[in-house]
Ligand binder design. Structure first.
Ligand code: SF4
Length: 279
């Protein structure tokens, strides 16, 4: 059986950068706090906690402490609050996410309502809408478009969560275009996500079975799995080798493997070695 590993499997530069910043910050100060997991991967978060990062649900007194902003970014209120509480801020927001913040803020200043295509509860989306003065409208899919609210809007600017599916975003734009007179669209899906998704449009057709490795909390891994599953019913989303069932490989000649942007190479290697062992 042949195993084909995606060229784009694993860490994107934004996640790698955030992890590097976290370890570097820990080198100088052991009082480093982060709200939630620094990236959406439990192994990475656990290793950072072992190294000293303190995961917190909310911010307390911040004197002599550092508040580390995650790769997904944070809203302005969170940052202001951290400063007020006395934290020193270290910003590990991915530059691609920062760019979305910049676009959304500047077009809001030009009088446009900001529409965000993305998952309402995702940290990145919360961070984007948290950059704005007025309330943005988040759209998750074509079935979720709030037509009644949009009727009053003549000028809008649309940005997209960096890890969304390009095709889904374009369908939403096509649905919006006839209804909003001045619609400015920025396709802010990041390049690493696009490349991963592009690869995922071929691999499921070229392999008998697909394994997508990543945390169940990872939005980009979910998207890769959804694309793969739509093209190849034998697509499986696993967090580690423990989720793999030997029965999946009966009669299989080729296995395609990819991993989300926050999945460490160790996890991918472990899965590959395990598949080799059981087949
Ligand atoms: S997925 Fe894209 S936006 Fe998110 S951290 Fe990686 S490079 Fe940055």
């Amino acid at each position: 059986m042949k195993i084909n590993l995606a060229k784009t499997a694993g860490f994107c530069f934004g996640v790698k950068r955030a992890i590097d910043i976290a370890y570097k910050t820990l080198g100088n100060n052991k009082n480093v706090y982060v709200l939630g997991n620094i990236v959406h991967n439990e192994d990475v978060a656990r290793n950072l906690e072992k190294a000293g990062i303190r995961k917190s649900g909310k911010l307390g007194q911040g004197r002599n402490k550092i508040f580390l902003i995650r790769a997904h970014g944070a809203g302005l209120n969170t940052i202001k609050k951290a400063r007020k509480l006395g934290y020193k801020i270290v910003d590990a927001t991915c530059p691609m996410v920062k760019e979305i913040h910049k676009i959304a803020r500047s077009w809001e200043c030009k009088g446009r309502t900001i529409l965000v295509i993305g998952d309402k509860k995702h940290d990145e989306v919360q961070g984007i809408i948290g950059q704005l003065e007025k309330r943005a409208i988040v759209i998750e899919g074509t079935r979720d478009i709030p037509w009644a609210r949009l009727k009053k809007i003549k000028k809008a600017c649309v940005v997209v969560q960096s890890t969304q599916d390009s095709e889904k975003a374009m369908k939403i734009i096509q649905a919006l275009e006839p209804h909003i007179k001045e619609l400015k669209f920025f396709n802010t899906i990041c390049r690493p996500t696009r490349l991963k998704q592009q690869e995922m449009k071929n691999m499921p057709l070229e392999n008998d079975l697909m394994i997508i490795i990543g945390s169940k909390t990872s939005a980009n891994t979910k998207r890769l799995y959804e694309i793969s599953k739509s093209l190849n019913n034998r697509s499986y989303w696993v967090q580690s080798r423990k989720d793999i069932k030997p029965g999946w490989f009966a009669g299989i000649k080729t296995v395609g493997i990819t991993a989300g942007a926050s999945t460490p190479d160790d996890a991918t290697e472990e899965v590959i070695n395990y598949i080799k062992k059981i087949t």
